[in-house]
Ligand binder design. Sequence first.
Ligand code: NAD
Length: 315
Amino acid sequence: MAHNSYGLAGKEVGPKALRFDGQTVVVTGAGGGLGKAYAVFFGERGANVVVNDLGGSFKGEGQSTKARDVVVSEIINAGGKAVANYDSVEDGDKIIETAIKSFGRVDVLINNAGILRDISFKNMKDDDWDLIMKVHVKGAYKCTRAAWPHFRKQKYGRVINTASAAGLFGSFGQCNYSAAKLAQVGFTETLAKEGLKYNILCNVIAPIAASRMTQTVMPPDVLENLKPDWVVPLVAVLVHPSNDTETGSIFEVGAGHMAKLRWERAKGALLRTDDSLTPGAILKKWNDVNDFSKPSYPTGTANFMELLEEAQKLP
Ligand code: NAD
């Protein structure tokens, strides 16, 4: 990537500051937390911002218009351009319609809206599972599906989906959320492949930031170092037109730290595909199946036709 200089959210000046003049950025769940930080940043950097939020509780209960109206006023009072959208991400087409009606285009979509329904798996009810899937998985799908034809037509689009460490590594009491968050990874990786030839680049972040979602589980001194503002610059880098290569990637980001994550494949074992391929034969090669001393980093499935031919050649 060609980027070599960027600063903190909204504080950067000079020719190297990444700007978004004339672009329309849709941020879902922008009434508070990370979404608000993105919206304010893009407003400061010249974008037309669609500030979407349903305004319910962090468990997905109720609705209110206050939070996103405050964000829209903040952007406009600072000289930026913003409109509010009050729909749920489950009605993503209405959110994209707001962008098109208000600004005539959509260039960047940040799928950020989210809720929690934490509960141990033993006590999980269908409602806890379904609501999380609706908001995170269906929500990201509906918003992206509605933006996609515009991106394809204009041969330009940038998408950020929001995963979580809970999805990548698992987290006690968050089975529903973990499943929905890892879904963002598969969703992004396929969108990246399908979008590439239309210059639609899609990446997924696993953020960590102080918000109403984390304020009850972390102490104040830790939260102080987890400002949502510290997540924004990486997102800006990824959705800026100067990024023309980075797509289908997973980034962990928070507290000033950012790092890419990727899949790692062990050495593995290759066995003849005949009746010698038994559980016992696998157990004999168990160390190879688990041997990460010389890993590879796959971006697609193993080439099974090649492996089949290799296996036939084994003694
Ligand atoms: P937050 O609760 O402050 O923000 C989420 C926003 O989404 C809220 O303003 C909420 O009203 C809105 N929202 C919820 N359901 C909606 C719906 N159906 N339609 C439209 N808007 C809706 O929390 P946050 O921490 O800023 O979370 C932002 C995203 O980051 C979420 O997807 C969350 O899962 C993810 N995340 C956050 C952290 C963290 O450390 N804060 C960690 C991992 C992932």
